[in-house]
Design a protein around this ligand. Structure first.
Ligand code: BES
Ligand code: ZN
Length: 607
């Protein structure tokens, strides 16, 4: 009862408060973004009204987007939007949002990874633009699953993945993180399916096939998200809950039962949670990422459900983005480390609060190891936090560098100033830049203003603009890992109480593993923990451990998480037989992968 009343009142309050922010942000210039073909420096989109039908048979979203626009340059008469593989049926403009008149439009030439610019003629007094369109079955930001590809097997499933630059494949908009919009959406679906978005909606509503959503906070386009399927909901805490395919719901809710506690700890550290609810949607296994921080509704891979909460740092991570990323956003993809480096740092602080220092130390130590390993094989340019992405797809810049090197920088600053002072700094930073998109230069100005002696304590320019790790970069250590190493050296470790993290450290530390013996002793090929299993399968390929090959194939065909697939395929193609095997497996697996994962694996195996 009360929840319904709150839902009615909240949008009004939120709308009023977002209006004040709206006016105060007018003067903020929008950063030039080489990953967008749009022109927010002339005419900027401030609001979006989506009206889409979800057509499973055609694998298409069809309907319209009304864009609320504002002239930055009063002389400008063209609005340029990003699109990719969209079919544009008609464009119109309006001064009042009620009466629309046809407007001329032109689609430019498609550009590799950037899509196709859509240029619309705009009269000087127009305040709204309507685009009638439909999406392509191969839209890079959509995955259409058949019933057989779901867990429940009885209904199709659709989900979006807009980050980094895939929103343009399902909505014509200015697809740059420097452009922030509010939005509403009206989504129609087959009657018995549930639609959810990373936006305000009634969590307890029954499926009707007709859904309305509001996002009254200004967000970048990469955070617009939609999923449709035979999805159920289970509350976890007062503000938190889990959506999942129904067969997985109870297990997922149990795995994520600490979410409310995490949220309270995060608020304690970094100030109030500004987004209302925090729910998690568990997707089918083809979801190409571990998690995606869609506002109010994190999208997550089912591979984190290990049964023992050992992989829930992913929830801490996506939740942390509610501050670092969603509240304060990278203005361009070169500033991506501001999102991910801050978030990994916050994630570890939350993990420490909820699961203790030892768990945090293990995860931080694993993070540094992974970073060092990756740095060894990266071109110098890719070792830089403020990365140059000219001519590249931003999805390719996704290495451990923005994540773990970024987090180490914050750990280094914390080490110099102490927690109390650095926590206050971060809280102030999130408040100061809330609902804004900022560049690395703006971050540097801010930190130099608020921690004036920073350059004498930390080589911050070297950290951000130079490859590698500065001497004196923090080296997280873990006593538990030291014990694992002792056990491994003795040849007879006591594994009875090992956590996932200890298993990973153990396996990664083995120089010439006796695969058969290890498997006999620990049943690793049968591991129900996907993180451990992936590590084991990687070693199996490396050491030609054939007994694990059937499992390898099963894993590669059933799981679509790119972070797991990429190293396995890369390891396979190192030998001629492996390459053959990779080709055979990929032939079976490819259709089940998300377009984003397909692009990555095509590049490794060849189509
Ligand atoms: N925002 C990212 C996912 C992302 C990044 C999608 C770039 C597209 C482009 C998300 O927060 C993330 O970092 N996910 C990680 C998990 C995390 C625990 C490090 C992942 O998916 O592996
Ligand atoms: Zn992240």
């Amino acid at each position: 009862m009360t929840s319904r009343r709150i839902i009615l009142v909240l949008p009004l309050v939120a709308l009023l408060s977002s209006c004040t922010r709206f006016t105060s942000s007018h003067s903020m210039p929008i950063a030039k973004d080489i990953q967008s073909l749009s022109n927010p420096q002339q005419i900027v989109v401030r609001h979006l009204e989506l009206d889409l039908a979800v057509l499973f048979e055609q694998k298409s979203l069809k309907g319209s987007a009304v864009l609320g626009i504002e002239h930055v340059d009063s002389q400008a008469r063209e609005l340029i939007l990003d699109t990719r593989e969209l079919q544009i049926d008609e464009t119109e403009t309006s001064t009042d949002g009620e009466t629309f008149h046809e407007a001329k439009f032109q689609l430019g030439n498609p550009q590799k990874s950037l899509g196709t610019p859509l240029t619309i003629q705009i009269p000087g007094d127009a305040k709204f633009v309507r685009v009638k369109y439909s999406t392509s079955p191969s839209a890079s930001g959509l995955q259409w699953l058949t019933p057989e590809q779901t867990m429940g097997k009885n209904a199709p499933f659709l989900f979006t993945q807009s980050e980094a630059i895939h929103a343009r494949s399902w909505i014509p908009l200015q697809d740059s993180p420097g452009v922030r919009i509010t939005y509403t959406a009206h989504i129609t679906t087959p009657k018995d399916l549930l639609a959810v978005m990373g936006a305000d909606h009634d969590a307890f509503a029954a499926p009707t096939g007709d859904y309305r959503f509001h996002m009254n906070e200004r967000i970048p386009s990469y955070l617009v998200a939609l999923a449709v399927g035979d999805i159920g909901f289970q509350a976890a805490g007062a503000r938190t809950g889990v959506y999942a395919e129904k067969p997985l719901l109870a297990k997922a809710a149990k795995e994520f039962e600490d979410t409310e506690k995490m949220l309270r700890e995060a608020e304690q550290l970094y100030g109030p949670y500004r987004w209302g609810r925090y729910d998690i949607l568990v997707l089918p296994p083809s979801f190409p990422y571990g998690g995606m921080e869609n506002p109010r509704l994190t999208f997550a891979t089912p591979t984190v459900i290990a049964g023992d909460k050992s992989l829930v740092s992913l929830v801490a991570h996506e939740m942390a983005h509610s501050w670092s990323g969603n509240l304060v956003t990278n203005a361009t993809w070169s500033d991506f480390w501001l999102n991910e480096g801050f978030t990994v740092y916050l994630e570890r602080r939350i993990i420490e609060q909820v699961y203790g220092r030892e768990r945090e130390e293990m995860e931080a130590a694993l993070g540094r190891q992974e970073l060092e390993q990756e740095l060894a094989g990266l071109a110098p340019g890719d070792q830089i936090l403020h990365i140059n992405l000219t001519g590249r797809d931003p999805d390719d810049g996704m290495t451990n560098v923005p994540y773990e090197k970024g987090a180490l920088l914050l750990r280094a600053i914390e080490g110099q100033y102490g927690r109390e002072k650095f926590d206050a700094f971060l809280k102030g930073y999130f408040e100061h830049f809330s609902f804004q998109s900022i560049t690395t230069a703006q971050f540097l100005d801010y930190i130099r203003h608020n921690l004036p002696d920073i350059d004498s304590k930390i080589p911050i320019n070297q950290w951000i603009f130079k490859p590698g790790l500065p001497a004196g970069a923090p080296k997280p250590v873990s006593d538990l890992f030291a014990k694992v190493e002792q056990g491994a050296a003795s040849g007879n470790p006591d594994t009875t109480h090992w956590s996932t993290q200890e298993w990973l450290h153990f396996l990664r530390g083995l120089k010439s593993p006796k695969m058969g013996e290890l498997d006999e002793a620990y049943h690793l090929t049968q591991s129900g923990n996907d993180e451990i299993l992936q590590q084991w399968l990687l070693m199996s390929v490396r050491n030609r451990y054939e007994a694990a090959y059937p499992k390898l194939e099963e894993f590669l065909v059933s799981v679509g998480r790119r972070k797991y697939l990429k190293p396995l395929y890369e390891e396979l193609v190192k030998t001629p037989e492996g390459k053959e095997r990779a080709r055979g497996i990929y032939e079976k697996a490819r259709a089940g992968y998300h377009p984003i994962a397909q692009t990555t694996i095509d590049g490794i195996v060849g189509k």
